[in-house]
Design a protein. Structure first.
Length: 266
């Protein structure tokens, strides 16, 4: 039963899959579904909702690394690697490493999962590769006037406290990328801080792929995090990666209800 619950908890993530980058509002180490959820993510998952990108296929390892030093000197280090694919039609697939997931039940065995996002068919899938099952969801229509895929969100701080610098263009993971460094200063006393706090973010955006291929963030309150695409290939991935095999049992998700293939809602 636990394996089925994992699919249901994570199926919502598939809708935001694999255009690349760190999702807005998802801080590293934040869980899904609150403290009682069956699983949680270690580090930020790549991908956030945005327009479909066509004609720019790739395959890569999306790696998120988080380092934090606690007040007592203790250190926290977390890494999360997800294999990501996108084809020329804009379909995507994510395969999170098992160490990115932890179960609430000690000793339980986590299934190998894949998340498929198919804007051509208007559906997404959370696939259990071990038990040959999949949860299917219809994709919502993209919001009108959505920003370009995976553009780093701009800070909402007072413009007087924000400094932006162009870092020029460099080859990052083998592709040309434009770099920007943003420094946000929280003045002394604004949040009870005795001294000013500086939050520094660095983003490298590849226009050809419409992806942030490298981002760094340093925040004294939460530590340092780095997101990077490694082993990036621009070859077309196999089309079989973006479909659920015919022998898998598919469960349709309809506004909170479960509907088995060929059967009534449950």
């Amino acid at each position: 039963m636990l394996k089925n619950n994992i699919i249901l908890i994570l199926v919502g993530v598939a809708g935001a899959a694999a255009q690349g980058g760190v999702p807005r509002g998802r801080e590293p180490g934040m869980g899904l579904g609150g403290p009682n959820a069956a699983v949680r993510l270690l580090g930020a998952e790549p991908g956030r909702p945005g327009p479909v990108v066509t004609g720019a296929p790739y395959t890569a390892d999306a790696v998120t690394e988080v380092n934090q030093v606690l007040a007592d000197g203790n250190k926290i280090h977390q890494t999360n690697t997800t294999r990501v694919y996108r084809d020329s039609q804009g379909r995507t697939r994510r395969e999170p490493a098992l160490n990115a997931l932890s179960s609430a039940a000690p000793g339980s065995t986590m299934p190998a999962l894949a998340f498929i996002n198919d804007p051509v068919a208007g559906v997404s899938y959370a696939v259990d590769l071990v038990n040959h099952t999949a949860a299917k969801m219809n994709l919502p229509a993209p919001p009108a006037g959505a920003p370009r895929a995976n553009r780093p969100p701009r800070p909402s701080a007072d413009p007087a406290n924000v400094k932006r610098e162009s870092l020029g263009r460099q080859l990052i993971s083998g592709v040309p990328a434009d770099g920007t460094r943003t420094t946000v200063t929280i003045p002394a006393g604004q949040i009870g801080n005795a001294q000013p706090i500086q939050i520094v973010s660095e983003n490298w955006y590849a226009p050809d792929l419409q992806l942030t291929v490298l981002s760094k963030r340093s925040d004294p309150r939460s530590g340092d995090s780095v997101f990077q695409f490694n082993n990036l290939s621009r070859a077309e991935p196999p089309s079989t990666l973006f479909v659920v095999p015919a022998d898998f049992q598919v469960t349709q998700q309809v506004r909170g209800m479960r509907m088995r293939k060929g059967g009534p809602p449950q």
